[in-house]
Unconditional design. Sequence first.
Length: 166
Amino acid sequence: MTVFVLMGVAGAGKSTVGRRVAEVLALTFFEGDDFHPQSNVQKMAGGTPLTNEDRAPWIEALAQGINARQPRRDAIVACSALTKFVRGLLLERIAEPTHFILLTADSSLIERRLAERPQHYMKAGMLKSQLDALEWPSNAFVIDVDRPFDAVCADVVDAVLRRKQQ
């Protein structure tokens, strides 16, 4: 089994793309935000960026969920994974090969997307802190999301299939 982490800043489309790709490829989908402790959600909703200390229990819970999934099949995970620290924890804690796919776009597009989802706790004002925290991975597929949704999803499907063939 293999785990694919769709990573990137809030508003990059991780959840929406991940759900579609999971459907197309019959993968188990995990929404990383669902594993945040309430204290993290409150902190982010209040405009305070998370620290690595805040992130550790979130990643631990997420990895436990991934490792316990049933049925046992490949999975795709929507998780910001902005820092080497978080990616390292994921690689340590997930019991299967894990690969990263970075969804990215110009910050103005991401800011517009965040402004269009006022019900989400991650507001547009937090984008700068996320961009500042982003440590570009050296071993991830990088996919530009400033294109039609179907094209982005097709590229993610292709990245998953190519990685599985290696």
